[in-house]
Design a protein around this ligand. Sequence first.
Ligand code: TXA
Ligand code: MG
Length: 324
Amino acid sequence: MSNGIISVDQAVSQLEDSKVVAIPTETVYGLAGRIDSEDALNLIFSTKQRPFFDPLIVHVSSVEQAKTLVSWWPKEADLLANGFWPGPLTIVLPKNRDSVSDLITSGLDSVALRFPGHPIAQEIVKKLGVPLAAPSANMFGKTSPTSAEHVLEEFSSTVAVVDGGPADHGIESTVLELVGSEKGSVTSIQIYRPGTITKSQIESCLGPTISVNYSQSKVSPGHVENHYQPNKPLYSFLGPYTKNEIQSELSDVLEGESEIHVIELEEPSAIVARKLYSEIRKADKQAGSKKTLVMEIRKFDSSDDWAAIEDRLNRASRKLFKKS
Ligand code: TXA
Ligand code: MG
C-alpha cells in the first residue's frame, strides 16, 4: 500500500489478520475491523481516539447474517429490511450475547446493525465471512469522510483505504431502535440519528399502528452535541439569508466581513447531503487566514427531507440560524 490505497483482496487479508482498514459505503467511509477479534475492535477505538462509551455499528452482508447477531427479530425488522436494506438504515435490536461482545456495544444490551448498499462494502464482508464493526473513518468528533482522499488526510496515510469513489449519500445512516417487549410486539420506533431514510418513509413502510419518534435519548451516546466539527468555527444559515442579515446576526463575533469564508449551497437536499462534509473540509483548508466559516443552505425548508442536514449542521456549528 505505497500510497495508502489497497484492493478489496488486500483489505480482506488485512481484516483476516485483525487489522483495521477503511472501506467505502454509500453513506460515508468506515473504519472497519472484524467483530470476533478483540484486537481489531481495540484498534478501531485507539485509531479514532474514540471513547469506549460510544458503541459501534455492525455491518453485515445479508439479512440472515444480521439475524445471527440478535436475540429478537420481530416482523417489523423484516419490513424495514425489505424496504431499506441494503441501504443507509441502521436497526438497533436486543443483541445475541454469544456473537456480539460488550466492546462493540459499550455494554448495552442492544446492537446496531446495517447492511450497506455499496457493492465494495458488501463484497468485503462477504469474502471475509465475518461481520465488520465500522464507525465513520474520522477522528472522534470530527467531520466524516466521504472520499478515500479524506480518509488518507484524516489519518495522515496511516490507515489503508479501499477507494470506492465519492460516497453517494454523503451523511451517515439513519439510526433507529425497535422498542417493544422481547419476543412480544414492537410498540414504537425511536430515531436516534436522522439520515437519508426519512421519518415519513419509515412510517409508510411500517403502517399507521406503530408510532415513529425522534429521540434525544442518551442510549445513542455517540450522537453527542458537538460532533462533526471542522477545525474553524462554523456558523450555519438555513434558508435564503442576505449578506446583510448574515453580517448582523454575526455582529457580536465578527469584526469585519473579510473575516468570513462563505460556503453557499443552493441545491436540493440530496445534493446538499452528498456535498456537505466535503464542502466543510474544503472550506476548513481554503479559508486560510479567515477565522470563521459560514454555511448557507439556501433551498432549506422545514420538510422531512432536510432533517438530517439540519441535525448535522446543528452539531457541527457554533450556532445555527434558520428561516422556514
Ligand atoms: O452511515 C453510517 O452509519 C456510517 C457508515 C460507516 O456505516 N457509520 C457510522 O458510525 O456513522 P458511527 O460510529 O460514526 O456512528 C454510530 C452511531 C453512534 O451515534 C452510536 O451511538 C449509535 O450509532 N449506536 C451504535 N450502537 C448503538 C446502540 N446499540 N444503541 C443506540 N445507538 C447506537
Ligand atoms: Mg461518526
